[in-house]
Structures are given as structure tokens and as C-alpha cells.
Design a protein around this ligand. Structure first.
Ligand SMILES: Nc1nc2c(c(=O)[nH]1)N[C@H]1C(S)=C(S)[C@@H](COP(=O)(O)O)O[C@H]1N2
Ligand SMILES: [Mo]
Length: 343
């Protein structure tokens, strides 16, 4: 997959996604979703799209059997976003990026495609440089580690952003349970790979699933690295990464793998999904940085999504506004404008 010369359709769409035109078509789509939801509720019918099991709306994808232990979670006052409002819950669960479900060129309409996906029961295998192999059940992990709420900035590399109340636990707590050996320098994360339940995997032409990502150990044990099991007071909807996903608020969204089913500790920098596909465009670090434009677009500003049809254009902050927490990890991060660098 590292030797692609033709670009897959989505890659072109990603460039277009930074134009107002693409945003308008997204708005049109989301408006359609809104109407569909109202019709279904008013008529008291089953699903909008027909087939049994298809979700009625973006919040109908929260699995019935998701653990609710610890809800409502207490908000951690250290993680708030004073300068901007939260993104609406519907918008955060209607506009998503999740290639296991969407095919190339689609709008980011993930939730209607999640009907066949059954996230629970779910386990996470721990492998590699650890004292002993382990397998964690998600329900047991939540009961063991507890959960809290954090309001965080979320920034996609495509220059849209949200502000989301996540629920979950610090990644550092999970890593402590994994008991990695001291010579582990990096940790890898693999997402669920279920072609029968995930149409994007079935139809994939360009991607090799499972989705895989990785962090350095000092990044992974930063207090800011978070494992989300829920959002907006409820368990995660399927399209947002049920049963659990990484939230790395100082990095571009793609570093945060969804539906993690395997964690592996290693002693050198591992490859990552988007870097393998487009090494000239996506680096390993991928810290949010307005000084480092993507080769095909600026990262100086972002479209902050407030509600389905409302967004504001705001400046992007170094480390997405978390320089005080993670800045010391990156002495080489450019603090002045630079072109042609992928980190
Ligand atoms: N397994 C998996 N994880 C993934 C992705 C994906 O396609 N597959 N997309 C990433 C990208 S590019 C972004 S911006 C975020 C989007 O998260 P959201 O849909 O909850 O906003 O998920 C990230 N995690
Ligand atoms: Mo993204």
C-alpha cells in the first residue's frame, strides 16, 4: 500500500472538503438527516432507510448493551475549553470520519452504515513487550479504572474542528494495567477488523485494514492522552468509535484510532495507517500546528463546527491549545511558519 501513484477518490474529496462548496453539500446532507429524523419520530415508524436493524438517527447507534457503569461521570475541571462553546451532540455524531464504514468519495455519513456492527461484547488483547499477555474486557476495564468527563478541543487534519465532552479514563491508567517492559519505546493500537459488519472494509480498494496507529511511550502516558468510552453523558455511538477510542487532543484526529481491539508494545517507531498510504502528507507525530501547512492546504485556521448548519472560522492553536501540557515533549516542534515539513 506504500506505492500508490493514483490517488483514491477520497483523497481528492479531502481537498475539496476544505472549500465552502463541499461544506454546503455537507449541510444539505445534514439537513436531510434532520428531516428524516423528524419524519420517523412523528410517524412512530421503524427505520428511515427501511431494513430492520438500520439506525433511525445518529444517536440510535448507541449500543443497548454498552456499559453504563459510572454514568453520569464527574467532570474533570482541569479539562475545559473556555474560549469556545461545545459542538452540538447531533453534529458530533452526524459528521464523522471512519473508513471502516464509508467508501471512497462518500460524504462523511457514517451512522446510517453502522446497522450491522455489534461492538459488544468487546475485548482488548495486549501483546508485545509486556510482562505477560493479557486480554481485557471493556466492561471490566471501565469498572476497574473508573470514568470522568473532559471537555476537549478536537481538530481533524482536514481543518474542521469540534469541542466535545468526552467520557472515559486516562490512557496512562490503561497502560499501567498492561505492564509494559521498560525497553518498550512505542505503543501500537489496532482497530476492529470485521468486514461482515463494516461495509467500508468490504469495499476497500486502497486501504489495508485493520486501521493502525501508534504513539511514543512518553506521549501515551501524558495526562492528556485519553481513552473515550462515551461522549455527551452517554456511551459512544458506533460511528464515534464504540466501544472505546483514543482521544489525543493535541494531535490531528487520525492519530486517535477508534474501536481499539489490540494494543502492542514495541521498541522502535512503528508504521501508521495514513503515513504508510501518503508519507509525504501525513507524519508520525502529527501534532496540531498552525505553522506547518499540509502540503495541499493551510493549517492556520479551522472550521469549528457548532451545530449541524453553523460553524465559525477560528485560528488554530499550537498543539491545539495544549502547549502547557504537552509542549515539553516536542523541543523540535516549529513555532514559526514553515513549509514543506511533514512531522
Ligand atoms: N479506526 C479508525 N479510527 C479513526 C478513523 C478511521 O477511519 N478508522 N478516522 C480518524 C480521523 S481522520 C478522525 S478526524 C477521527 C474522527 O472522529 P469522529 O468521527 O468521532 O469525529 O477519527 C479517527 N479515527
Ligand atoms: Mo481526520
Amino acid at each position: 500500500m506504500a506505492h500508490i501513484h493514483l490517488r483514491p477518490d477520497w483523497h481528492i474529496a479531502e481537498r475539496d472538503a476544505t472549500t465552502e462548496n463541499a461544506y454546503r453539500s455537507r449541510r444539505r446532507f445534514i439537513r436531510q438527516l434532520g428531516l428524516g429524523g423528524i419524519a420517523a419520530t412523528t410517524l412512530g415508524m421503524g427505520s428511515v432507510s427501511g431494513a430492520a436493524g438500520d439506525p433511525d438517527g445518529p444517536l440510535d447507534t448507541i449500543p443497548d448493551n454498552a456499559p453504563r457503569t459510572g454514568l453520569p461521570a464527574t467532570r474533570n475541571a482541569d479539562y475545559v475549553v473556555p474560549e469556545r462553546p461545545l459542538t452540538s451532540r447531533i453534529a458530533a455524531s452526524s459528521y464523522n470520519n471512519y473508513y471502516e464504514f464509508i467508501s471512497q468519495g462518500d460524504l462523511k455519513t457514517v451512522w446510517p452504515l453502522t446497522g450491522d456492527y455489534n461492538p459488544f461484547p468487546h475485548t482488548i488483547d495486549v501483546r508485545g513487550l509486556v510482562q505477560e499477555k493479557k486480554t481485557f474486557d471493556v466492561d471490566a476495564l471501565i469498572a476497574l479504572l473508573g470514568i470522568e468527563e473532559r471537555l476537549c478541543r478536537f481538530r481533524c487534519v482536514e481543518a474542521w474542528s469540534m469541542t466535545i465532552p468526552w467520557i472515559g479514563f486516562p490512557l496512562a491508567k490503561l497502560i499501567a494495567e498492561c505492564a509494559p517492559l521498560s525497553r518498550a519505546t512505542h505503543v501500537r493500537f489496532y482497530s476492529v477488523d470485521r468486514p461482515k459488519e463494516m461495509p467500508g472494509i468490504r469495499n476497500a480498494r486502497w486501504f489495508d485494514f485493520p486501521y493502525y496507529e501508534a504513539l511514543r511511550m512518553d506521549e501515551a502516558t501524558s495526562e492528556l492522552a485519553f481513552v473515550a468510552t462515551g461522549m455527551y453523558g452517554e456511551p459512544l455511538p458506533k460511528q464515534n468509535g464504540s466501544p472505546l477510542r483514543l482521544v489525543l487532543p493535541w494531535k490531528y484526529g487520525y492519530k486517535g484510532a477508534k474501536a481499539i481491539s489490540r494494543i502492542e508494545f514495541v521498541d522502535k517507531q512503528p508504521p501508521t495507517f495514513w503515513q504508510d498510504l501518503f508519507p509525504n502528507e501525513y507524519g508520525f507525530l502529527s501534532n496540531v500546528n498552525p505553522n506547518l501547512p499540509h502540503p495541499r492546504w493551510s493549517q492556520a485556521q479551522e472550521r469549528h463546527i457548532l451545530e449541524e448548519e453553523r460553524l465559525e472560522r477560528i485560528p488554530t492553536q499550537l498543539f491545539n491549545g495544549y502547549a502547557d501540557i504537552v509542549g515539553h515533549l516536542y523541543p523540535d516542534e516549529p513555532t514559526e511558519f514553515q513549509r514543506g515539513v511533514v512531522r
